[in-house]
Design a protein around this ligand. Structure first.
Ligand SMILES: [Zn+2]
Length: 381
């Protein structure tokens, strides 16, 4: 697979039926019906929605991947269906990967969360803290497939909020990866080394396009997380986190780079040879930092007689309205935010900034636009 060719032709290749942030079972069902591969219902959610699984390929490397364990993290699901399109588009690549790998893919593990656009399942449980208890039907479905399929590699596909930057660089974290720890000491075990090598390969390829915008997710050990649990069972496991690129709140841009990451990872696995485990690049990836807000208004006066100016941070709430995700601006902080960055920054130049009704701004206010020097400034993306 030629990555440049893929990126240039992406708009023709991608699964055009999936777009935006609201991706549910209903969204993917027509795509599933068109697949040349077998799919099956592998279980049901709390609210009895089907959980689908797709198996393809006949290679010796068994790769298990699941997406939308957190129902509102839909970008990687779009990338999965883009991947099926790539297999159709590039026969040579398809033959190669499917000869080397057997893939088992769960596109939406938490269909109730997807439907309600929530991180949690219908019992308000975070499935990514249920890996030991297996208290939820969705957790048990994943565990049953894990036991039956007996993977050599696991891809844990997620989406991260817009709050993350890459280290202290001032660049947003558009994608992050992690080879999760499998013990408190964060030991670099053999399976972690393999996961780190694959991450290093993805990073090297993607960093040509997303220069400086790739981070490493927090690696604090928590055995209740699925990635940490599967890693502790000796299976190289990789966390993928789709993040924010510029004004792309629908995450149509980053889905393409997650697709590239998946293609690169599968290529690495197909060519993998245990003797050449070079993961040194993994250690060069800077950690994610919580350093971004959606908008920062700089040097604002809250009251006209204020002596000192402040910064105003605004973050979007993602709200499901009529089967679409609306981004509702809300004030998160009014303070000196010089160590933070805004995806959008507005300079107030020590002028008074008021709410749309002319009242004084307060933290937690929902606010579609502000008055800056009596001029309306819209805040919605
Ligand atoms: Zn997640």
């Amino acid at each position: 697979m030629n990555i440049k060719d893929l990126i240039n032709n992406y708009s023709k290749i991608k699964e055009a039926r999936l777009h935006g942030r609201y991706i549910t079972n209903q969204s993917i069902e027509s795509c599933l019906k068109d697949l040349e591969f077998n799919y099956e219902v592998i279980g049901r959610s709390v609210e009895e929605r089907p959980i689908y699984g797709i198996q393809l390929g006949q290679g010796k490397n068994r790769v298990l991947m699941w997406s939308q364990m957190h129902g509102n993290e839909s970008t990687t699901t779009k990338s999965i269906f883009d991947f099926f399109k790539v297999l159709k588009y590039d026969k040579e690549f398809s033959d190669f990967i499917l000869e080397k790998c057997t893939l088992y893919i769960i596109p939406i593990l938490n269909p109730d969360g997807a439907y309600n656009y929530t991180r949690l399942n219908a019992n308000k449980i975070d499935l990514n803290r249920d890996a030991q208890d297996l208290s939820q039907p969705e957790s048990r479905v994943l565990n049953t497939i894990f036991e039956a399929f007996n993977p050599h590699f696991c891809f844990n596909l997620h989406g991260q909020r817009t709050i993350f930057g890459v280290g202290e660089s001032g660049k947003s974290s558009s994608i992050s990866f992690l080879a999760p720890a499998q013990d408190e000491e964060r030991s670099i075990t053999n399976n972690r080394k393999i996961a780190m090598t694959i991450v290093a390969d993805m990073y090297s390829t993607l960093n040509e396009y997303l220069i400086g915008h790739i981070g490493r997710y927090d690696d604090a050990f928590n055995i209740n997380c699925v990635g940490d649990t599967f890693q502790s069972k000796g299976i190289p496991t990789i966390l993928f986190e789709a993040g924010h690129i510029n004004g792309d709140y629908n995450r149509e841009e980053v889905r393409k780079y997650i697709l590239v990451a998946m293609l690169k990872a599968l290529t690495s696995i197909s060519k993998f040879n245990n003797k050449s485990c070079d993961y040194s690049t993994y250690n060069n990836i800077l950690n994610n930092s919580k350093s971004f807000y959606d908008i920062i208004i700089r040097n604002a006066l809250i009251n006209s007689n204020d002596k000192h100016s402040v910064d105003i941070a605004i973050q979007y709430d993602e709200v499901l309205i009529d089967e679409k995700i609306e981004f509702i601006p809300r004030i998160k902080a009014i303070a000196n935010l010089s160590s933070f960055y805004g995806h959008v920054e507005i300079e107030a130049g020590r002028k008074v900034v008021k709410s749309s009704s002319g009242s004084v701004l307060k933290v937690t206010n929902e606010i579609d636009f502000v008055l800056l020097n009596n001029e309306k400034i819209a805040l919605k993306p």
